[in-house]
Design a protein around this ligand. Structure first.
Ligand SMILES: Cc1ncc(COP(=O)(O)O)c(C=O)c1O
Length: 428
């Protein structure tokens, strides 16, 4: 009774004073989380297949991260990176330079993914002196105004904010599995043709500062871009002096079975945008580019009070150390393949499932359009009733996406997958 009261009190207070603008997926009141599990104020225990939307790659409240956070907090909590240097930020920038592809060796720290995207757009414009930005239909880049302008995964994200940012053009994203019977090569050449049409009809390539792409589309539906498309994009952007920006906010740090999704195609972007799993839960984003590009950004042209916060940087260093020491990138590749295989077998032949696909532990379970809007919410609720938190994505919300911690243990994994399998079988 007493616990119930606590839940009600917190929920009512939150409902009264937190803005209703944010979509609330559940009404749960969370008290504690550890690994792939969390507990509510009512004392109920859940398995978490969302990980704070692909943030907690090493699980909730990882001991080594908690230690690093405590240690840094005892030294100092905030200083401001424009008033000097400190060890956690310098070490993290060096670490990022050593693990990112190509010649990306210089970092600007922000507080979130969207903020880092906005900064990357500013950097691209400043470095090239050009206004144009090309991004892709179905993509999601965040909620700040620049990120909103290049996002095209739902008109609701843009409604009421128009006109947002000038000279943004959207090209189609090559997701062959969404177009029945269309092969990867066909989708690639169609999308490259449409990009050329943008150059021919709307903006001359010499006026384009950057092309921004998620190498694996996240919020838009968990679609990996064909490597050949990214390779062609690299050639085209180089040819026209356009900067290629990879948004790896969701795909970075082992999620796709490589440290960065860029490695699947061998394409080195000019600017890499990171956040989410970078710091495993502390607010942090990063704009990573070569020294040469960063030096074209005039000093004072960008900044941040909290960006590169010492605790966030210390947490990120501990987080990356765990990913490397526990070989979680390899685990993501192997375990991801095993999960996809298990789901393909256990859900084999069930009407309504369009495709089960994955790249590492970025796994999508896509349903046919005609049933998705009814079936997916029912499956989500059934999972929640059985104490599993899952989330969906896709333009019609048609894909259940699994974002498990990369170090999830076998017991939590098996229990969670069984709940999901039963919910799907029970619904379809
Ligand atoms: C690919 C991608 N870019 C950018 C963002 C925005 O990140 P944040 O919510 O930290 O601003 C997200 C968030 O879901 C994302 O998935």
């Amino acid at each position: 009774m007493k616990l119930q009261n606590k839940t009600t009190e917190i929920r009512e207070k939150a409902k009264k004073h937190l803005s209703p603008v944010m979509t609330r997926v559940t009404e749960l009141v969370i008290e504690k989380a550890k690994g792939a599990r969390f507990w509510t104020a009512d004392g109920d225990e859940y398995i978490d297949f969302v990980s704070g939307v692909a943030v907690n790659a090493v699980g909730h409240a990882n001991d080594a991260m908690v230690d690093a956070i405590k240690k840094q907090a005892e030294l100092f909590i905030h200083f401001g990176l424009n008033y000097g240097y400190y060890e956690s930020a310098a070490n993290l920038a060096e670490k990022i330079a050593s693990i990112t592809p190509g010649n990306l060796d210089t970092v600007f720290f922000s507080n979130s993914g969207g903020e880092a995207i906005d900064g990357a757009l500013k950097l691209a414009r400043a470095a090239t002196g050009r206004p144009g930005i090309i991004s892709f239909e179905g993509s999601f880049h965040g909620r700040t105004l620049g990120a909103t302008a290049i996002t095209a995964s739902s008109s609701k994200y843009r409604k009421y904010y128009e006109p947002i940012l000038g000279e943004v053009h959207h090209a189609p994203y090559p997701y062959p599995s969404q177009l029945k019977g269309v092969q990867e090569e066909e989708a690639t050449s169609y999308c490259l043709h449409q990009l050329q049409k943008i150059f021919d009809l709307r903006i001359d390539p010499s006026r384009v500062a950057a092309v921004v792409i998620e190498p694996v589309m996240g919020e838009g539906g968990y679609f990996p871009a064909p490597p050949a498309f990214l390779q062609e994009l690299r050639k085209i952007t180089k040819q026209h002096g356009i900067l290629l920006i990879f948004d790896e906010v969701q795909t970075g740090f082992g999620r796709t079975g490589k440290m960065f999704a860029a490695e699947h195609s061998g394409v080195n972007p000019d600017i890499l945008v990171l956040a989410k799993a970078l710091s495993g839960g502390m607010p942090l984003g990063a704009i990573v580019a070569s020294r040469e590009i960063h030096e074209k950004w005039p000093t004072g042209g960008h900044g941040s009070t909290f960006g590169g916060n010492p605790i966030s940087c210390a947490a990120a260093l501990a987080n990356i150390h765990i990913i490397e020491a526990e070989k979680l990138v390899d685990r993501s590749k192997d375990l991801g393949a095993r999960i996809v295989e298990r789901l393909q077998q256990s859900l084999n032949g069930i009407q309504g499932i369009k495709e089960i696909r994955g790249l590492g532990m970025m796994i999508g379970l896509e349903f046919h359009e005609d049933i998705a809007s009814h079936a997916v919410p029912v499956i989500k609720q059934k999972c929640l009733d059985h104490k599993l938190l899952i989330m969906n994505c896709g333009i019609q919300g048609q894909t259940i996406r699994l974002m498990l911690p990369l170090n999830i243990n076998e017991v939590d994994l098996d229990q969670g997958l069984s709940i999901l399998e039963n919910a799907v079988k029970d619904t379809l």
